[in-house]
Design a binder for this molecule. Structure first.
Ligand code: FES
Length: 130
């Protein structure tokens, strides 16, 4: 009888460990399940209608084109330098890549667009999430 209890206990411990491991792996592999973290909270009144606010420390630009608001990562997709936002485009000082104001590549060596971040419109503020 002791052997049966021992076997049952071992099975249950193994089952619980497997379920916990599967849950942890699922959270890691599924971006939708990962909790977004608030990176910035910006008053809507601070963002000009056709402008941008640059947060160099967070390496993020919050952009407005009329009613449309979006956020771009300022991490260059070539090797990770911080790009600079100018009135006309976005340029990387390290190797000369340039991007349009939507973050699309205009000139390499970068071959991928700048990452878009989630912007939530909540009352008087925009919240940028990562
Ligand atoms: S790191 Fe930006 S072009 Fe190389």
């Amino acid at each position: 009888m002791a052997t049966t209890d021992h076997t049952r206990r071992g099975f249950l411990v193994t089952l619980i460990a497997a379920l916990a491991g599967a849950a942890a792996l699922g959270r890691y592999l599924s971006p939708a399940l990962r909790q977004k973290r608030e990176l910035l909270k910006v008053a809507k009144a601070d963002l000009p209608p056709q402008g941008a606010l640059v947060y160099r420390e967070e390496r993020v630009a919050l952009m407005r084109d009329g009613e449309r608001v979006y956020a771009l990562s300022l991490v260059c997709t070539h090797l990770g330098c911080t790009v600079a936002v100018t009135p006309g485009d976005i340029v990387c000082p390290c190797h000369g890549s340039s991007f349009d104001r939507e973050g699309r590549v205009l000139k390499g060596p970068a071959d991928r667009a700048l990452q878009r971040l989630v912007v939530e419109d909540r009352g008087d503020f925009f919240h940028v999430l990562v």
